[in-house]
Ligand binder design. Structure first.
Ligand code: SF4
Length: 81
């Protein structure tokens, strides 16, 4: 499966599947945006919503920095920085 980028609020979010080790801390922090798929890799829930701050916190909680967050307002990657 390719690393699909999904926009939620002002952020575009992408999970680097090859880097995901299924720690699920992203799911614990933002269960409305992240879930594990049948391969125990994190995926972004397309219809998910959450505060931008919390989405960023979920990405920052990932031990392997497998979650890439881009701010669509600035066009800048905000995590990993
Ligand atoms: S926190 Fe990182 S390693 Fe853990 S499930 Fe989420 S993306 Fe994968």
């Amino acid at each position: 499966m390719e690393n699909k980028e999904i926009q939620i609020g002002k952020y575009k979010i992408k999970v680097l599947r090859e880097a995901c080790i299924s720690a699920a801390s992203c799911v614990a922090v933002s269960p409305s945006v992240f879930k594990l798929d049948d391969k125990s890799k994190a995926v972004v829930i397309e219809e998910g919503t959450d505060e931008a701050e919390n989405i960023l916190m979920a990405a920052q909680s990932c031990p392997t920095k497998a979650i890439v967050v881009t701010d669509t307002e600035t066009g800048k990657q905000v995590w990993p920085d």
